[in-house]
Structure formats: C-alpha cells, structure tokens
Write a protein of this length. Sequence first.
Lengths: 132, 132
Amino acid sequence: MQKQYTLSRNQKIIFDLIDKSRGPMKAYSILFNVQKKGIKAPLQVYRALDKLVEIGKIHKIESRNAFIACQNSSCQISKATAFSICESCEDVSEISNTKLSKYLSNFADSSGMKYSKYNLEFFGLCKKCKSK
Amino acid sequence: MQKQYTLSRNQKIIFDLIDKSRGPMKAYSILFNVQKKGIKAPLQVYRALDKLVEIGKIHKIESRNAFIACQNSSCQISKATAFSICESCEDVSEISNTKLSKYLSNFADSSGMKYSKYNLEFFGLCKKCKSK
DNA sequence: CATGTAAATGTTATATTATTACATAGTGTT
DNA sequence: AACACTATGTAATAATATAACATTTACATG
Ligand SMILES: [Zn+2]
Ligand SMILES: [Zn+2]
Ligand SMILES: [Zn+2]
Ligand SMILES: [Zn+2]
C-alpha cells in the first residue's frame, strides 16, 4: 500500500494527465498539454515528475524516457518495477506478478551487493501486433 | 557465443575506448575522447554505438544513458541483459547468472505477450560503498 | 574486372530531454 | 512572528539524440 500524500497543484495537474492517458507520456508532451493550465516551463514538469516518481504514483520507462501511472499499488514506492513493452505499437503495461517480484527482490549474487531496488523491462510483441 | 563480425574503423575505435574504460561511458564523453582520432560529430558516435549494441559488443545502461562493454559472451546478442548499479559510486557490472537469465527468458504472464528481450537493472550499494 | 548493393562515413543543422541558478510564495509548526 | 520546509516561477543553458543529404568503402556476383 502506498502512503498517503497530498499532491500539490502542479503535481495533481500532471498526475491526472498521465493517469488519464492511454500510454506512457513524455515530458515535453506533458508540458504541451498542461500549458493551458499555467505550467509553462520544462522545469515545472520535471519537478512534478520527480516527486511523483519518488512517491510511487508514476514510474519512468527508462528505455523510452516516458512516464506512466502506477497500475499496481503493491510495487513498494517505485522500488520494484516491471513492465512489458510492445516494440511495435509501444504499448506499455506494468507487470504485477508476485512470484516475479519476490524472486527479484530476494535476488542476490556473489558480488556481495545488497539490492534495494530494481527495474525490469520486457520487450516483445503484444497480442494485437503479433496477429497482424 | 557471439557471431563473429568485423568492426569498421569507427566502430573499433569506439569499442576499444569503451572496453578499456573502467565504467560505463556516455556518448559525448566518448565523442570528446575520440576527436583526436578524427571522429568529430555526435552522429558518428551514435551510429557506432547503435551497431555495437545491435551486435552485442556493448550494452546501454538505460537508467544512465551510458554504454558498457559486454562482460558476458553468453548474453545472446543483447537480448537478455542484467546489471547491478551502485547508486553511490555509479559502478556498474553485468550480472551473469544462469538461473536468473533462464527465469526471465522463460517468463510469461497472463497478457499473452511473447517476450523476445529484457533488460534488468538492480540498484543498491556496492561492497565498498556499503562499508563507508 | 565491372557492376550492383549494402554498409559505413562525413557534415551540418536541429530536435529532444534534462538541469542550473536564482528569486519568490505557500504550508505547517512552535 | 519566526522558522523550516516544500513548492513555484522564470530564464538560460546543458546534455542527449536524430534528420537529411552527399559521398565513400566493402564485398558479392556475373
Ligand atoms: Zn507501480
Ligand atoms: Zn503492440
Ligand atoms: Zn552482455
Ligand atoms: Zn559503490
């Protein structure tokens, strides 16, 4: 479960936009979409994005430089994220799989490194694109 | 095992630089370092990087926009990559763990999506930084 | 060896993504 | 009120990546 947190004005505007969007959104596309609400500069967008990522309301899809609303309240504050990405239509969804997240959260190798966080991105073709 | 491939001049210059480097390198740092060898424009670097990634000689660390030489000949042509990243010293190493790669390569969820590729990045503190 | 073709290179300009620096304003606590 | 903390506004700039176009090289095949 996510800790409750009151979003500020800009954070709310930007979260609502991402949350309503059908796919991941890029920062400058977000900027374009919120200019009518008074958010005029990239930094205003990036600051809100940083905070939203920090509190786990959104995630960054690193391979796409894009942001998506968290679809999975159990991914503890952005510390354990997994996504499936269609390389054809660029559809992205968050994977919610207890076995996978347990496996990765408990993963340890010989390096002696303690992992506190991971991000996994799977690529392939979604059902739709596969059947084309 | 990687298929043999003859690197072109620019590809070789850039691969050698990355391979000798102690950590991941960023594109413009690469550019700066190879200017004395006649590679003058970003595009020349990015083209070589694209090809090197494609043939599996290097990998991109997506969360860092940086490139590292493959340390693991068995990661089939960049289709299955895993890294550990120290959030303090930014040290990166490629994880070579058969169980992990099998687990992920065979991963399937209910979405009906067939995954042909994945990239996993673990974050934490390395041994050195942990003991500071 | 001539010809075709795919891959690589060179060059300029430009697009996209992200941060620095500094000033101001709101929010909640003591 | 005084303080600390978070958020906002604004301008400038840094860092990352691609588009477009001309030319050259590598190399297979007739
Ligand atoms: Zn999530
Ligand atoms: Zn698709
Ligand atoms: Zn590798
Ligand atoms: Zn470290």
